[in-house]
Write a protein that binds this ligand. Structure first.
Ligand code: CA
Length: 245
């Protein structure tokens, strides 16, 4: 199963093999179980401003900027974009509501697989659209000794954000990596799209309510149903990746 996925990737991208040096992890919905709170905050805030955005739809837009999410709904329901001021007010209200919720838990299975990856001499990196200032502290508290600050890509490093490949291209640059020297681990359709567009073997971990097809249709090379599922199969996948094709 893995062999076929690897061969398809190599053929599509014109490589002879994968020399695995780093694994690039998205954060929300992969390392932290923060998406239920984000979806809830989006749903409630948009309703407060007279818009309809279901929780499930919020998952479809995961990774987009706040402005982009607001404008998709504004266009649909009013036929025009929100003003800068509206965007600012809505996004601020959403952030305030999100911050009132209890801090998200570490995703089960995440620390386990990160530890295995690190022990194998492969570098784990974080690539997120989030710009919370406490990000590094939270990562260090929850995943002690795993990540290096200078290898992180956050909202401060990029202009476009996912689904643009920029965040993943930036991660390759920071890590001194070629696309076939890394893997991407993503839970959202737009994140998968970004990883695939960067030419990196992209693993979807479907930790949310969307059907698998929303991730596979964006070009995910492999799909697991949870982080524990990814953790359980990691060794087998790693061995398959090391075999010269
Ligand atoms: Ca995510």
């Amino acid at each position: 199963m893995y062999k076929e996925a690897i061969n398809n990737y190599l053929k599509k991208n014109g490589y002879n093999n994968i020399h695995l040096k780093a694994v690039l992890f998205d954060m929300d919905g992969v390392l932290f179980n923060s998406m239920p709170n984000h979806a809830e905050a989006w749903h409630r805030t948009m309703a407060q401003f007279g818009f309809t955005l279901s929780r499930e739809e919020a998952y479809m837009y995961e990774g987009r900027t706040g402005a982009s999410t607001i404008n998709i709904v504004s266009q649909r329901e009013r036929g025009y974009d929100a003003t800068e001021e509206e965007i600012h007010r809505i996004y601020q209200a959403k952030s305030e509501l999100f911050n009132q919720y209890p801090q998200s838990e570490r995703m089960p299975g995440a620390f386990e697989v990160l530890t295995k990856i690190k022990e194998a001499g492969i570098t784990p990196m974080v690539v997120t659209g989030s710009g919370q200032t406490s990000l590094l502290d939270r990562l260090n508290q929850n995943f002690p000794g795993i990540f290096k600050r200078e290898l992180m890509v956050t909202a401060f490093d990029v202009k476009f954000g996912k689904p643009n490949p920029e965040p993943y291209l930036m991660a390759l640059k920071k890590g001194g990596l070629q696309p076939n020297e890394a893997l991407v681990v993503e839970n959202a359709p737009l994140g998968v799209e970004a990883g695939v567009a960067a030419g990196i073997f992209t693993i979807a971990v479907n930790t949310g309510p969307l059907p698998d097809n929303t991730l596979l249709d964006k070009g995910a090379d492999l799909l697991f149903h949870s982080m524990p599922d990814f953790d359980i199969h990691w060794k087998e996948l790693e061995q398959e990746l090391q075999i010269k094709q």
